[in-house]
Design a protein around this ligand. Structure first.
Ligand code: SF4
Ligand code: SF4
Length: 136
């Protein structure tokens, strides 16, 4: 059975120059397209992928990734903002790789554009009052 899934890979910077994705193609016959990537030196890298291939090979490929220290998140998760908790501090704006937060200049309030969200989870840790929540 052929599967095709959108996933987010979180990886430590020490793995940034390793041919991890290439191995998915070569060893597990998987196809991929990179939807988004951001790697900053000395910080966690992030890549949003559409990954497809035979189910069995797909599972082996995912296992290979986790064994190599990558954290994998499925895009079936949903990240929402608890409006009661948000203090509009702006800490999430620069952290979000999808530019899902914008500061409205007039009101000084932070708008969350849910439709841009890649569910990478970066804002969840970064939000001081824990206003960003992941739902399954
Ligand atoms: S970091 Fe949290 S509290 Fe601050 S603006 Fe973003 S969602 Fe709101
Ligand atoms: S989970 Fe948060 S940081 Fe990640 S894309 Fe969505 S809004 Fe941006």
């Amino acid at each position: 059975m052929i599967v095709s899934k959108r996933i987010v890979l979180h990886f430590p910077s020490r793995l940034a120059d390793r041919p991890i994705i290439y191995r998915l193609v070569k060893d597990y016959n998987l196809e991929f397209s990179i939807l988004k990537a951001s790697v900053t030196p000395e910080k966690e890298g992030l890549m949003v992928l559409e990954l497809s291939g035979d189910q069995e090979e797909y599972d082996k490929g995912i296992q290979y990734l986790t064994e190599n220290g990558l954290r994998i998140q499925s895009l079936s998760q949903n990240v929402i903002r608890n409006e009661q908790r948000c203090t509009h501090c702006g800490a999430c704006i620069t952290i979000c790789p999808a530019a899902a937060f914008e500061l409205e200049q007039l009101t000084r309030r932070v708008t969350f554009y849910h439709e841009r969200c890649l569910t990478c989870g970066m804002c969840i840790k970064a939000c001081p009052p824990r206003a960003m929540e992941v739902h399954f």
